[in-house]
Design a protein around this ligand. Structure first.
Ligand code: FAD
Length: 355
């Protein structure tokens, strides 16, 4: 059976790799740009809030649990298969708690639920936090939740390596080849030619709306930064991702960090541009908790558009009407890196169901 995948972001790449291991499939990826991971994936920080998320049941938890269970082995498998190394942080995620600690009870409930599910969350008081992260001294911080089992990965490197491994398994990847919808509603390649395929998987992020009528995905902008410090924040041998009040501090090694991201919604006309006020507000929060960042040199600055579904939950994984079986897997909003392996699993089950 032939399957065409539209879009080589993290979601399309994870699907291509997963399906490349199914015997008897001929897979083709069509990517609009000259290289992979140029959409939301290219802006992402790769933080995977799985165990530490408040989702505990249903599809939302299932997709997260698949990431938690799959990522360690996936990274090892990809590095082994391609000989490439991927920046992958196994030191967990620390989520700061602020006084008055109104969410403590919620965290305690989550900790008990995760324990029953076989996962560990530690509730740290202020002294324990200071022991592990001596640089976090702000008086409003009364403790933290530490999730040792959550991870962070370089999303662009991961996307490239997933595609490389898929290509080693005979997947064809075509760049500069946007899929298009013609006036009859049929999907065509960039040259307007019909595509030889039995099924489509549409993973074109925000671009998916051009391919599927009535699909409502809207952009939510995020600004992010790479900074360099003369010394690592806190203890050099304990460099987890730290998050508080929507500020993520992602260690990259040797005093380099990613910081992000703002959350900026479109205006009534659907337009969204990076706002100076959102940047100022982000930095005000970041400097409050991480005063050492005042000395940081900003070495890169960028923004990206998260694909957010309107009127339904993220992500959108659904079959749509077409001349051939067609599955949309898009709209992963703030968690596409986290949810990519679980999405790939759902897509694989759908493809296997086509017989
Ligand atoms: C600043 C920022 C920080 C983020 N941080 C995190 C994080 O820490 N953790 C996390 O899990 N998520 C994070 N996200 C969210 C994450 O980036 C997205 O959910 C994820 O990248 C979506 O992946 P995707 O493959 O669906 O879409 P995209 O990455 O947008 O990929 C879609 C691809 O399809 C291509 N395309 C478009 N139209 C067509 C067409 N017609 N034909 C063929 N190809 C087409 C595009 O060129 C693109 O390569 C962040 C996002 C932003 C902006």
């Amino acid at each position: 059976m032939q399957v065409a995948i539209a879009g080589a972001g993290i979601v399309g790449a994870a699907i291509a790799y997963e399906l490349s291991q199914v015997p008897g499939l001929e897979l083709c990826v069509f990517e609009a740009c000259p290289q992979p991971a140029t959409g939301a994936t290219g802006a992402a920080l790769g933080v995977m809030m799985g165990i530490i998320s408040q989702k505990t049941k249903g599809r939302a938890w299932r997709l997260r649990e698949q990431a938690v269970q799959r990522y360690d082995s996936l990274i090892a498998e990809l590095e082994d298969r391609t000989g490439q190394s991927i920046l992958y942080n196994r030191q967990g995620i620390v989520s700061l708690r602020f006084a008055p600690d109104e969410r403590l009870e919620r965290w305690q409930t989550l900790q008990a639920q995760r324990q029953a599910q076989g996962y560990k969350l530690e509730l740290w008081d202020r002294d324990t936090l200071l022991e592990h992260c001596p640089h976090i001294t702000h008086p409003d911080i009364c403790g933290a939740v530490y999730s040792p089992g959550d991870r962070q990965v370089d999303p662009v490197a991961l996307t490239q390596v997933l595609l490389q491994a898929a290509q080693l398994n005979d997947v064809q990847v075509h760049y500069n080849q946007p899929l298009k919808r013609d006036s009859q509603g049929e999907l065509r390649d960039g040259a307007g030619e019909a595509i030889a395929t039995d099924a489509y998987i549409l993973t074109a992020g925000l671009g998916t709306v051009q391919l599927v009528p009535d699909l409502d995905l809207r952009p939510v902008l995020g600004q992010a930064w790479r900074v360099k410090l003369s010394a690592p924040l806190g203890q050099p041998d304990f460099q987890p991702v730290i998050t508080g009040e929507d500020v993520l501090v992602v260690p990259l090694g040797a005093g380099h960090y990613w910081l992000g991201a703002t959350v900026e919604f479109p205006d009534e006309a659907g337009m969204v541009v990076a706002q100076a006020e959102a940047k100022a507000e982000f930095w005000r929060k970041a400097l409050r908790f991480f005063p050492a960042l005042a000395e940081a040199e900003i070495t890169a600055e960028w923004s990206g558009l998260r694909p957010r579904p309107w009127g339904q939950g993220a992500p959108v994984i659904m079959e749509v009407e077409s001349d051939r079986p067609t599955l949309v897997a898009a709209g992963h909003y703030r968690n596409g890196v986290l949810l990519a392996p679980g999405t790939a699993q759902v897509v694989k089950d759908w493809v296997l169901g086509l017989g």
